[in-house]
Design a protein. Structure first.
Length: 392
């Protein structure tokens, strides 16, 4: 371990954690947890005539969505208040459990926004720079020119572990450490020279989760609970560890025929996926980003900036966030997700503090078209006059 890394770690312990803890996830004194101020949910006055009409149109819209197979939860927020919140269908078909405020669902790739948040927190504490080399934190990482910014913006050139990581011997699930070792030992060929183009790749965020672990000395799931979920008040959110019993009140995952999607060996890897949450908790995450207190505005400005310009158009990617940058100045910062049968949408119209969150646990690609239609119902025609992105 490099001397500089050792010094960084001790600085982290002194300034950030103030109590020691280790990878077993044992909880230190909660009085030493970071102070932020939990997000308190507020609701719009939907008795107003203009809101009544809007709610009627949204309910009508979702009756049609149910008819085409939608099963899940929806939350629409505007100006810091919940405007619309509904729960449709069954979260666990085998038990008959229905979707409710308590239901957690696999966020799939929408988890990447939260992993990005963890990296931003470490940056704000002075423990890393976006342009630090990955090898500064993971010495056996075999690509010496790849930076954290390249991972965050999907410009690293790494091969996607989802397509080649074999099931492990002697255990059910791969871990993030296994993925790091897979790259270190096998040195898969890069898809392209780093930072020359964008290619979406799950390996980037699995490696970023390992960076969090190496800097903090904590298991990723514990770090997220203590320094992201806890301070915001995301009490129904966790990073899944399939080796532990964490699925109480969690939605099961089904294909479009209502056949359950079983866990597989990749389900133990987090950072690129693996967060379970509710629509209310995701709205707390959304509102925390507006506060200017949880993550510094200057850091968020970098996260919400586009980094890939090889192809013209409104589509781009920031640091853990997809985005649409329209010529009229409208910007949508968002992330969709798809893992097994779970579909997620998390759209943030940041100029208007307008948010659309959709979670589904029964595969239905129509979910990805809902934000465009919801925007048109609530805000009128999309001022960009362009289709919103529907990519995962």
């Amino acid at each position: 371990m490099h001397i500089r890394l050792i010094r960084t770690f001790y600085l982290f312990v002194i300034l950030f954690f103030s109590t020691a803890c280790n990878l077993n996830g044992k909880s230190p004194n909660p009085d030493n947890a970071p102070k932020f101020g939990k997000v308190v949910l507020q609701y719009s006055d939907t008795t107003l005539p203009e809101y009544k009409r809007m709610i009627y149109r949204l309910d009508t819209f979702y009756q049609r969505q149910i008819a085409t197979g939608f099963n899940g939860s929806v939350l629409i927020g505007y100006k810091g208040k919940i405007l619309y919140e509904r729960y449709f269908g069954i979260s666990q078909k085998e038990t008959g459990e229905r979707w409710s405020t308590e239901t957690r669902s696999q966020l799939a790739s929408t988890s990447k926004t939260l992993t990005s948040g963890a990296i931003c927190i470490l940056k704000d504490k002075g423990l890393l720079s976006f342009d630090d080399l990955v090898t500064k934190f993971i010495p056996n990482f075999p690509y010496p020119t790849i930076t954290l910014r390249m991972l965050l913006s999907h410009r690293s050139g790494l091969a996607d572990y989802v397509h080649f990581a074999a099931a492990p011997k002697g255990k059910l699930y791969l871990t993030n450490e296994d993925i790091v070792n897979l790259f270190a030992n096998n040195k898969p060929k890069l898809q392209f020279v780093p930072n020359t183009r964008f290619t979406y790749c799950n390996s980037n965020f699995a490696i970023l989760a390992s960076v969090v672990e190496h800097i903090s000395g904590m298991r990723f799931d514990y770090f997220m609970k203590r320094f992201v979920f806890g301070p915001i008040g995301m009490d129904h959110t966790y990073v899944i560890n399939p080796n532990e019993e964490q699925k109480c009140n969690s939605a099961c995952c089904y294909n479009y025929k209502w056949v359950i999607e079983k866990d597989m060996h990749l389900d133990g890897v987090a950072g690129d996926k693996g967060v379970y949450s509710s629509v209310r908790d995701l709205y707390k995450w959304d509102q925390a980003l507006y506060s200017g207190k949880f993550i510094m505005p200057s850091t968020l400005k970098e996260a919400f900036a586009p980094y890939s310009f090889e192809r013209p158009g409104v589509k781009n990617y920031g640091l853990g966030w997809r985005m649409l940058n329209y010529p009229n100045g409208m910007k949508i910062v968002y992330h969709n997700g798809w893992w097994h049968g779970n579909n997620t949408c998390f759209y943030r119209f940041i100029q208007d503090n307008f948010t659309i969150i959709v979670l589904g646990n029964k595969y239905n690609k129509n979910i990805y078209h809902q934000p465009q239609q919801i925007y048109n119902i609530v805000m009128g025609d999309d001022p960009s006059k362009a289709e919103m992105n529907t990519e995962e």
